[in-house]
Design a protein around this ligand. Structure first.
Ligand code: SAM
Length: 219
């Protein structure tokens, strides 16, 4: 069983200070990131890397997102404790664990079978209970829609229409969209049944979103 020592807690405090300095303002997000032991998501050999503000390989050609990216996307979601949120791209399970500190109603879907199995085991071992699914999240998760919030943690070539359809009225989709090199972070709000507003933020670099509305069809 991994331990969470004073040293780890100190490194998390320093990371959260860095996130503040980089402009993250949502105190609930910062508190969640100060609470979740990011080193639990790393193999023992790489523990030193856990509290650097960097993405890191998690196997299967995928990455655990950079802490700043996790904080930025979480902040854009404006999560309330009653929100039902869908995460597309479970990966290591770190972003999902941060979300669980903001609302208990978290659904998460992963396309890669070994990563899905590993994350599911992790959640079970740590007594966490998001609703976990294996499948193509580029189509959302229609069986449990609508969602108040949807977060996509892989870079998409387009905004999948299926995700817009699965948002509740007033709901928010946060998704990086662009080419394979860089993606612009978008926040799309469903203001009425068929009316959406779009805000654009900074450029990021994500691994590609695969599946029917991802790079599988376009790349
Ligand atoms: N949220 C993750 C974390 O905290 O570790 C970061 C995930 S990584 C940047 C992106 C993840 O999206 C990968 O695990 C990848 O397998 C997954 N992915 C890619 N296309 C997907 C799809 N169509 N549906 C679900 N997951 C997908």
């Amino acid at each position: 069983m991994q331990t969470d020592s004073y040293r780890h807690k100190g490194m998390r405090r320093a990371l959260v200070k860095l996130l503040r300095d980089k402009g993250i303002r949502d105190e609930r997000v910062l508190a969640a990131m100060e609470t979740v032991p990011r080193h639990y998501f790393f193999d023992k050999a790489f523990l030193e890397q856990a509290y650097q503000d960097k993405a890191f390989p998690i196997g299967e050609g995928q990455t655990i997102s950079q802490p700043y990216t996790v904080a930025f996307q979480s902040e854009l979601l404006q999560l309330r404790a009653t929100d039902k949120v869908l995460e597309i791209g479970t990966g290591s399970g770190y972003q999902c664990t941060v979300l669980l500190h903001l609302t208990p109603h978290v659904y998460t879907i992963e396309y890669n079978r070994p990563l899905f199995e590993k994350a599911r085991l992790f959640f079970r071992k740590h007594g966490l209970s998001p609703h976990t699914f294996h499948g193509d999240g580029s189509q959302g998760l229609p069986a449990h829609a609508p969602y108040d919030k949807i977060i996509v943690t892989a870079g998409a070539p387009v905004v999948p229409k299926e995700l817009l359809r699965q948002l509740s009225i007033g709901g928010i989709l946060v998704i990086p969209v662009g080419d394979e090199q860089t993606q612009k972070m978008l926040r799309i709000t469903r203001v009425a049944e068929s009316e959406f507003t779009k805000e654009e933020f900074n450029d990021f670099k994500f691994v590609p979103l695969l599946g029917r509305s991802g790079w599988d069809n376009l790349g």
